[in-house]
Design a protein around this ligand. Structure first.
Ligand code: SF4
Length: 282
C-alpha cells in the first residue's frame, strides 16, 4: 500500500525531520524500541482550529446565500469558533502561554475569527471550503490535505494563525495543496495564505495579512519535501536507525510542548540531539 503524507506536516519536516517522524510514524519508532515522550497541545493550536471552524462556517453560508449576512452571520461564526474551542478543551488541557492565558482563550478565538472573516468579500464565490482531498505525485507518493478555501476565480487560500507572522515555511505546504487541487480538477491561478495573528487581549488585533506564493517554486518545494520524506522513511525501515531523519535542535520547535522526543528519555530516547537533554540523562 502506498504511504500517504499530510501536506500540513511539511512545515514540521522542514523544521526537523526527526520530529516529523515522531509525529507521523510513532508506532514504527516504538516498534524499534525507541522511546517517545508525550506532547500536550498548545493553546495556539486550539485557537487556530476555532478560527478555522468559524471562518469555514462563514464561507459555507456565503456560498449558499451569496451574501455576507451582516452582524448576525459574524456572531454565528464566532459562536461556531468558540464551540470548537470548548470541545477541544473538554478533550484535554492545553499548554497556555502569556499571549493567551486560560481566561483569554475565548476572546482570542472571537477576535481571530472576526479578523479572518473580515478579509472575505461578498463576490469571493467559494467553491470548496475545508475539503480533504488527495493526489499522487509521479505515481509514487500520495499526499493528502484539507484545502481551506478555493474560490471561483481559481484562488487557493490557506488560513494560518499564530503568534508570529510566518516567513516562507508554508511554501512547500501550499505547493502541495496546489498539486492536490489540480489533481481534483481545480486549476489554480493564484495561491497563498491569510495570516491571522494571535495577540494579547490588551493588544489591537492586527488585520489579516494575505501573502501570495510563486506557484511553480512552491510545487517544486512540495515535490522535494515529499520525496525526502519518502526517502527518509524507507531508510529508517531498512536500517532502523534514527539518524535516517535529520535532527535540528536549533529549530524553534525543539521544546517539550512541541516535540515528543524533547524529553529526558534515556539511552533509547528517539533524539539524543534534543535541546532539552534527550537521551543523555536516562
Ligand atoms: S528533540 Fe529537537 S532535534 Fe530532536 S526531534 Fe525534537 S525538535 Fe528535533
Amino acid at each position: 500500500m502506498m504511504d500517504a503524507w499530510r501536506s500540513s506536516s511539511f512545515p514540521t519536516y522542514e523544521s526537523c525531520g526527526r520530529m516529523w517522524a515522531a509525529d507521523h510514524i510513532p508506532n514504527e519508532i516504538m516498534a524499534r524500541d525507541y522511546k517517545l515522550g508525550e506532547k500536550r497541545t498548545h493553546i495556539g493550536a486550539f485557537a487556530g482550529t476555532g478560527t478555522h471552524r468559524g471562518r469555514a462556517y462563514f464561507l459555507d453560508e456565503l456560498a449558499s446565500s451569496g451574501t455576507l449576512g451582516g452582524a448576525p452571520r459574524r456572531n454565528a461564526a464566532v459562536e461556531v469558533g468558540i464551540v470548537s474551542l470548548e470541545e477541544a478543551l473538554a478533550e484535554g488541557d492545553p499548554v497556555y502561554d502569556p499571549v493567551t492565558p486560560r481566561d483569554d482563550a475565548k476572546d482570542a478565538v472571537k477576535r481571530m475569527t472576526l479578523q479572518a472573516i473580515a478579509a472575505i468579500n461578498e463576490d469571493d464565490h467559494p467553491v470548496l471550503v475545508e475539503d480533504r482531498l488527495k493526489a499522487v505525485l509521479d505515481g509514487k507518493v500520495m499526499i493528502t490535505g484539507t484545502l481551506d478555501l478555493y474560490l471561483l476565480a481559481q484562488f487557493l487560500n490557506d488560513l494560518k494563525t499564530g503568534k508570529q507572522a510566518p516567513f516562507t515555511k508554508y511554501t512547500g505546504q501550499i505547493g502541495s495543496y496546489v498539486f492536490i487541487a489540480e489533481a481534483n480538477n481545480l486549476p489554480v491561478k493564484q495561491a497563498g495564505y491569510d495570516f491571522v495573528q494571535r495577540v494579547r487581549k490588551s493588544a489591537v488585533q492586527p488585520a489579516v495579512q494575505r501573502k501570495l506564493i510563486d506557484i511553480p517554486a512552491a510545487k517544486r518545494q512540495a515535490a522535494s519535501i515529499a520525496t525526502h520524506i519518502t526517502r527518509d522513511v524507507a531508510e529508517f525501515r531498512r536500517t532502523g536507525r534514527r539518524d535516517a531523519f535529520l535532527a535540528r535542535p536549533s529549530s524553534y520547535l525543539c521544546r517539550p510542548e512541541f516535540c515528543r522526543a524533547c524529553h529526558k528519555l534515556g539511552p533509547k530516547g528517539w533524539c539524543p540531539e534534543s535541546a532539552n537533554g534527550g537521551a543523555a540523562d536516562g
